[in-house]
Design a protein around this ligand. Structure first.
Ligand code: FES
Ligand SMILES: [Fe+2]
Length: 370
């Protein structure tokens, strides 16, 4: 992609930019309790979430295969969910029908051939993750071998602190993601005395490299004008290095390391509906003996920082309503171009069955001002 500006067509496709065949965080773990069902919307799929007798989470489409009654109106009976309409029961993990109360003893109907949609479901990093298969693929979690392991936040020591932040953004997942990776909005959207301001704009140069399903901003020493980095450097007397990865479908990992101290975060932008996505930010760290301060700092500044982004996207969504023409420019929007190219390559490989061709041929250095 050598042109300096690319026209960006917003939300023109049917799937509204949502990628199927990946794990997504559906809800925070704490919201999914035993003996109780809760609902979530993920890629416009209504889900019922809950836990089996052993506390293992499950996720099913919130619709009975008999006549569409939301299963969440039913009740849990051991490891089955019982529909509130005609009492059919389904195993919460496989979706297999176990009971149809209206059948007589001599009925020929084999109820174990009937399935509700059950999705692969795992608990990691304080989230209930759900694997959302291609719409035409069978969603049974049992015997599903093509499901990759659920994502996990990297950690670098046995002891650590962990924190979560989340916010809804009233834009498509594509706008949520390119907003997340956008390096040029910082000085305008995130002005703060302790971080940076408009007057601190300066030339930047960063090396990027292709990684599986994504790209990496290679390990580098972060901008010296940021107070938190100055502080880290002073505390540990070691250089601070940062690595930032973007990985399909929606994950941005950032690792900051300085001597024995580490901070590891992951931001995911999850499509809820075509016009709504959710940012989930999860961070773990071990910065002895200052870990408590990192937690306090995150609690104070994290929501403010995220609010600046969500407020910006809420305003942007007003402009996007009328489907204006948009553009991506070099080099500041090149990561966004890679994102779209990665998605296209992924979809192409899905379509043809051939291995995915990575859109980046090798390392690239980008330059911009921010
Ligand atoms: S609609 Fe669920 S059992 Fe009939
Ligand atoms: Fe931002």
């Amino acid at each position: 992609m050598s042109e300096t500006a690319t026209q960006l067509v917003s939300g023109a496709r049917d799937d509204a930019g949502m990628l199927f065949g990946f794990w997504y965080p559906a809800a925070r773990s704490a919201l999914v309790r035993r003996n109780q069902m809760t609902t979530a919307l993920l890629l416009e799929i209504p889900l019922v979430l809950g836990r089996d007798r052993d506390g293992r989470p499950f996720a099913m489409r919130d619709a009975c295969p008999h006549r569409g009654m939301p299963l969440s109106y039913g009740r849990l009976e051991a490891n089955n969910v019982e529909c509130s309409y005609h009492g059919w029961q389904f195993d919460v993990h496989s979706g297999r029908c176990a009971v149809i109360p209206s059948l007589t003893a001599d009925s020929k109907l084999k109820c174990d051939r009937i399935f509700a949609d059950a999705f692969p479901c795992e608990e990691r990093d304080g989230y209930i993750w759900v694997f959302v298969p291609e719409p035409d693929a069978r969603a049974q979690s049992s015997g599903e071998s093509a499901v990759p392991p659920a994502p996990e936040l990297p950690r670098f020591s046995a002891n650590y602190h962990i924190a979560h932040l989340s916010a809804e953004m009233p834009v498509s997942v594509d706008h949520g993601i390119i907003g997340l990776m956008d390096p040029a909005h910082g000085p305008f959207v995130h002005q703060a005395w302790w971080w940076r301001g408009r007057r601190s704009i300066h030339d930047k140069q960063k090396a990027f490299e292709p990684i599986a399903n994504g790209f990496r901003m290679s390990a580098h020493t972060p901008s010296s004008n940021s107070a938190p980095y100055k502080l880290l450097n002073a505390l540990y007397g070691a250089p601070v290095t940062t690595t930032i990865d973007f990985v399909l479908p929606n994950m941005r990992f950032e690792q900051i390391r300085c001597g024995r101290a580490w901070f590891s975060s992951r931001a995911t932008v999850t499509p809820v509906r075509r016009d709504l996505c959710r940012l989930d930010f999860c961070a773990a760290w071990n910065v002895p003996p200052w870990s408590a301060f990192v937690g306090a700092g995150l609690r104070v500044f994290g929501p403010r920082f995220i609010h600046q982004d969500t407020e910006t996207m809420a305003k942007q969504s007003i402009g996007l309503k009328h489907r204006p023409k948009l553009m991506l420019i070099d080099d500041a929007d090149r990561p966004a171009k890679w994102y779209f190219a990665l998605k296209a390559a992924y979809l192409e490989s899905r379509r043809t069955g051939a291995p995915m061709v990575h859109p980046m041929e090798g390392p690239v250095t980008l330059r911009w001002r921010s």
